[in-house]
Design a protein around this ligand. Structure first.
Ligand code: TXA
Ligand code: MG
Length: 346
């Protein structure tokens, strides 16, 4: 199969989108852009399409897929009910990076929901993608368009790297704005529970209802509510250790590695820290310390960078857990296999 790359900024997308919609409706796979990461789209109502998605990703089939809709009005067809709080959250954050877990209707096959009685739904911001969902006339199952375990793709090139020859097409709308997957929540006893942190932060959700984080995502070997959170994820080829905590001490700790010659170390650090590293150190600047949006945006590219420019070990600089920091540190925790070192001020 030849995987076609289709740009959205050319006028022919307007016509092409109907062809792509038909491919999807008929059970084919098309990767689509979103504000978070690229998704691997297939007809969410078609169990065979879901099976193809699991096969293309090499993903365990007990890990459910997120269902993408083009508007909040569509949700009621796929869920048992929408509570007033869920409605408020959809009104506030959709289209956008918030995924809500609902009790599912039978029309969603168990292949799509990974055997669960619930379904996770979101309405992405990207206009080309919403046009694609409309053209397909069906909701799109859309996991991140990477091979299972690798960092999620934030560019069409990264999708092509993992999916070339396995899917019909990739809709290319350039780099994703946020660069981290959506926040996933469920409502439990009128509380919002964050199953996966993302662009919609705990602070933003807290103004709607008391909000907590599923504690199971913080520990290795536990049973998180989002089944996918238990898997090793985002793993770069080299082991990663992340330092966080007192800024001055973190920088000092990172600098100690530049004096070691036992291994080739690569540095995934802020611009501020990069300026202190000796010239020629293998490094990826993943943003400015005070600009968490830039850190989120570049994180997966940073992890992929060290696959292209191999080192023996990656030393990462973490951030705090406030705002977008919770989502960033969640991905760093997974990518490092829980090798997060908190450096305290003495
Ligand atoms: O931003 C995103 O959410 C991207 C874009 C493409 O929309 N999609 C994405 O999908 O990250 P994926 O498949 O890589 O991650 C989906 C996560 C998994 O951890 C899965 O276990 C969880 O969502 N999930 C799906 N359905 C669920 C459900 N019914 N209950 C709890 N967790 C669910
Ligand atoms: Mg994923």
């Amino acid at each position: 199969m030849i995987t076609e790359i289709i740009k959205t900024d050319e006028s022919y997308y307007v016509k092409k989108v109907f062809e792509l919609g038909k491919i999807l409706r008929d059970g084919g796979l098309v990767a689509f852009p979103t504000e978070t990461v690229y998704g691997l789209g297939g007809n969410a109502l078609d169990s065979d399409a879901s099976r193809k998605i699991y096969a293309a990703k090499g993903r365990p089939s007990d890990n459910p897929l997120i269902v993408h809709v083009s508007s909040s009005e569509e949700v009621i067809h796929y869920v048992k009910e929408i509570s007033p709080l869920e409605q408020k959250l959809m009104d506030a954050f959709w289209p956008g990076p918030l995924t809500i877990v609902f009790p599912k209707e039978d029309i969603i096959p168990s292949e799509t929901s990974g055997g669960l009685s619930t379904v996770a739904i979101r309405c992405p911001e990207n206009k080309a993608t919403r046009a694609l969902i409309k053209a397909a006339g069906v909701p799109l199952a859309g996991p991140s368009a990477n091979i299972s375990g690798r960092p999620s793709p934030t560019t069409a090139e990264a999708v092509f790297h993992d999916m070339n020859g396995k899917i019909q097409a990739i809709v290319d709308d350039g780099p994703c704005r946020i660069g981290l997957e959506s926040t996933i929540i469920g409502i439990e006893n009128n509380q919002i529970v964050i199953y996966r942190p993302g662009g919609i932060t705990l602070e933003m959700l807290s103004s709607f209802a008391p909000t907590v984080v599923d504690q199971a995502i913080l520990e290795a070997g536990s049973h998180p509510k989002a089944p996918g959170m238990k898997y090793r994820h985002y793993a770069p080829a080299a082991p990663l250790t992340v330092y966080t905590g007192n800024q001055e001490k973190v920088v000092r700790k990172i600098l100690t590695y530049t004096t070691l010659s036992d291994k080739k170390y690569g540095f995934l650090v802020s611009r501020e820290t990069a300026e202190k590293l000796p010239d020629g150190s293998p490094l990826f600047i993943w943003g400015s310390r005070d600009d968490k949006e830039s850190l989120a945006h570049n994180l997966f590219n940073g992890l992929l960078y060290f696959n292209e420019h191999p080192v023996d070990q990656i030393i990462g600089e973490g951030t705090d857990y406030k705002g977008l920091g919770l989502a960033i540190m969640n991905r760093m925790t997974k990518a490092s296999g829980y090798h997060i070192v908190v450096v305290k001020k003495d």
